[in-house]
Design a protein around this ligand. Structure first.
Ligand SMILES: [Zn+2]
Length: 730
């Protein structure tokens, strides 16, 4: 590869955060308070109202001729939501209703009021997710969590974590208005968007508030929105008055990390990210084949336990009612029982359960060894030989425990699969990876096989075992390649310190670029953190101007203004079309050279995840998506998960990347995926909003945009069921 080498480079830390846009004042300052900006943004993202109507509603009761004009509002929206934000708006009232319905189910948005969301209900074993029980539950689940990167609980300093977490037992007793500040007496506004008159509203149960029109505001909303249905008006009113985000929840209005750690939080060490799995990811669709067995082995589970809240138990799955299953909580179904007792018939090969498991999966998980070996060789099995379930597992991924007690059978099966040519000339893809980048051999160490046996198996199949790293930083056999071609003559980032560049960004960034360059001739090259050329390219800053902004950010020359003045290549930011086009050409070069778009770095992230996190969206809005599309077209798996159970979508949400979310949705990414803490994409957006600073509305607006778009266009829900998360998509 031959491209100019920027003189010095650094980690684009501020582009990893949606706050890279400066709040450019437009309109008359008193009319654009931070609260007003959030309200305008919310109505824009959740309703079909026109801009002028939104302005009228938000600035009520000011006279119409004294509120900002449409131009001012459009400028403001461009500053808050980046260029051309129209695509983020609901397309129809159905779209709007979906967005508002999911907002009503958000427990953190409901923390703005002292009672649960209208649809909340007490948790019992039969009620799926624990999140709906109280305002505090989703936060409470964070308190017991082990932090993957810091060893401290992200919310340990949060006043919310000290609130009681008892299950919801009916609406709280209404308190006199004076009692309110004491309840939330941590000195920060919980919901700045409230006006004084709302205190009364907040202390009334939702149902009575909405069914009575005694408060003055209802009448004014009806006047402003004449011609709209009652439901529509109610939704608008809730958006203005009630669905405020509880921002600035941490003591200093900053993230829990930044009070104690000097380094800028990035997407890779985000304190709001889920801690990693403490054991293997469980339950996956392959485990549901034996749900009755696992349930028998499961200890008593209670709703407040960490396992239950993180959904590492089978309580949530056992009450699902799939249309078709090989086994349910009660045991094998009729088809399942037939398979286990009489073996496979041709008709069985056409059946798949709702999670995509075939009869081969079921036999592998539960059948006698001979039954599977026989079925695999049957001609009717050819169409499903390489079938994967919704977690990317082949039947080999889901072998039951008995296989590891009868090693002769296991070796016979592996020999057959490794060398056999099946009906129609098919071969079994023994290197197939699940969504965590694991082949069968990656999973072997977690079985009970003695280590000598394990090593002999690795030796026996040495030639066919994939050497790639999985999400858990495991490689069955160390690859020969991979060492840097020449030693890097620079210190590690941690030990580097200079006045101008306290985090050593320049040095680190030059290493990213160096590796990205060398990877074009040595595609398997990786750095000491396991990042390949594509990872490094995602992390590298390409423009000198962006670099200077990162190393010494100056409050007097915000990026937003620099952007407009750029006239020479040196002045262009990484978010400019020119620099993004340049990055696109580098990505294409690396892909053409054979750099793996599904390579896991040693922290368990893929290049697609890195690009979703790092690509700036605040200027050119067309080229960034092309880069992501190029990666996906070249095989980057949108379903790949890191060791915290996050998909690229989770990471895009954490970083407030709206365009990345759009691309991922367009390419079939799963909007119902939950991370290792059991959090849905919408729940994650809620968590991020809590960390937003009160005086940086742009952060809030980006997360709100992610949330709104996911629930509207993407049909994402607050609390996806097991069936929704793992249901096979056809
Ligand atoms: Zn449970």
């Amino acid at each position: 590869m031959n491209h100019p080498s920027p003189p010095s480079l650094m980690i684009p830390s501020s582009s990893a955060s949606p706050s890279s846009i400066t709040n450019v004042p437009t309109g008359r300052p008193p009319l654009w308070t931070n609260s007003t900006q959030r309200k305008v943004c919310r109505l824009y993202l959740y309703t079909t109202l026109s801009i002028s109507k939104i302005l009228e509603v938000v600035h009520h009761p000011m006279p119409v001729d004294s509120i900002p004009g449409k131009d001012s509002a459009n400028k403001k929206l461009n500053a808050l939501l980046d260029k051309e934000p129209r695509w983020l708006k609901p397309r129809s009232e159905e779209d709007m209703i979906r967005r508002c319905e999911q907002l009503a189910k958000s427990p953190t948005r409901a923390t703005a009021c002292p009672w649960p969301a209208p649809l909340a209900r007490p948790h019992s074993n039969s009620a799926p997710p624990p999140f709906s029980q109280t305002c505090t539950t989703p936060i409470k689940q964070e308190t017991g969590a082990q932090s993957a990167t810091l060893g401290v609980s992200p919310w340990s300093n949060s006043p919310v974590s000290q609130l009681p977490s008892t299950p919801y037992n009916g609406p709280p007793t209404p308190q006199p208005p004076g009692a309110y500040p004491a309840t939330h007496g941590h000195g920060r506004s919980l919901s700045d968007d409230y006006t004084a008159g709302d205190v009364t509203l907040r202390l009334m149960p939702v149902s009575s508030r909405l069914s009575t029109s005694t408060d003055q505001t209802t009448g004014s909303f009806h006047r402003m929105l004449e011609g709209f249905s009652d439901n529509y008006i109610r939704s608008v009113k809730r958006l203005v008055k009630r669905y405020t985000a509880p921002i600035g929840q941490t003591p200093m209005g900053t993230s829990p990390l930044s009070d104690t750690v000097a380094a800028e939080p990035t997407w890779a060490n985000d304190p709001d990210a889920s801690p990693v799995f403490s054991t293997r990811p469980f339950p996956l669709p392959g485990d549901l084949l034996s749900i009755d067995v696992h349930l028998q082995q499961q200890n008593y589970c209670f709703a407040e336990s960490e396992e239950h809240q993180k959904r590492w138990c089978l309580c949530h799955a056992q009450h699902q009612t799939p249309n078709f299953a090989w086994a349910t909580a009660q045991g094998p179904t009729r088809h399942g029982m037939q398979l286990l007792t009489a073996g496979a018939y041709p008709a069985h090969a056409e059946l798949r359960d709702d999670f995509g498991n075939t009869m081969l999966h079921f036999l592998a998980a539960r059948g006698l060894e001979e039954l599977l070996i026989h079925a695999v060789q049957a001609d009717y099995s050819a169409p499903i030989l390489n079938a994967k379930n919704s977690a990317g597992q082949t039947f080999l991924h889901v072998l039951g425990a008995s296989w590891f007690q009868r090693l002769d059978a296991l070796l016979r099966l592996l020999d057959l699969l490794a060398t056999g040519v099946f009906d129609q000339g098919l071969r079994f893809d023994i290197g197939a990876c699940d969504h965590y980048g694991r082949t069968f051999f990656h999973m072997l160490p977690s079985s009970d096989i003695p280590s000598e046996t394990l090593q002999s198996i690795f030796q026996r199949y040495r030639g066919i075992i994939r050497t790639s790293r999985d999400a858990f930083d495991f490689q069955p056999i160390s690859p020969d390649a991979g060492a840097p071609t020449e030693p890097m003559d620079c210190d590690r980032r941690e030990s580097h310190d200079s006045g101008n560049d306290p985090f050593g960004y320049r040095l680190l960034d030059s290493r990213f670029l160096q590796l990205a360059r060398e990877a074009s001739s040595n595609p398997s090259l990786e750095d000491d953190a396991g990042r390949n050329g594509l990872h490094c390219l995602a992390m590298a800053t390409l423009s000198q101007r962006s670099l200077i902004n990162k190393v010494s950010p100056s409050p007097t020359t915000p990026q937003g203004r620099n952007k407009k003045k750029a006239r020479t290549p040196e002045e262009m930011l990484d978010s400019s079309e020119e620099k993004l086009q340049f990055r696109l050409s580098l990505v294409e070069g690396l892909l053409d050279a054979g750099v793996d778009p599904n390579h896991y770095d040693s922290r368990g992230n893929t290049p697609l995840m890195a690009f979703c996190a790092e690509l700036p969206e605040d200027d050119d809005y067309k080229t960034g998506p092309l880069i992501l599309e190029r990666l996906i077209k070249q095989g980057a798996n949108v379903h790949a998960r890191n060791r915290a159970g996050e998909t690229a979508l989770h990471i895009a949400v954490r970083c407030g990347r709206k365009l990345a979310i759009k691309v991922l949705l367009d390419h079939g990414a799963n909007v119902h995926a939950r991370d290792a803490s059991g959090r849905s994409l919408l729940a994650l957006a809620d968590v991020k909003m809590r960390s937003c600073k009160e005086d940086v509305p742009v952060d809030y607006c980006h997360y709100e945009a992610c949330r709104a778009y996911l629930s509207g266009k993407g049909y994402a829900v607050q609390e996806p069921s097991v069936l929704q998360e793992w249901g096979a998509r056809t």
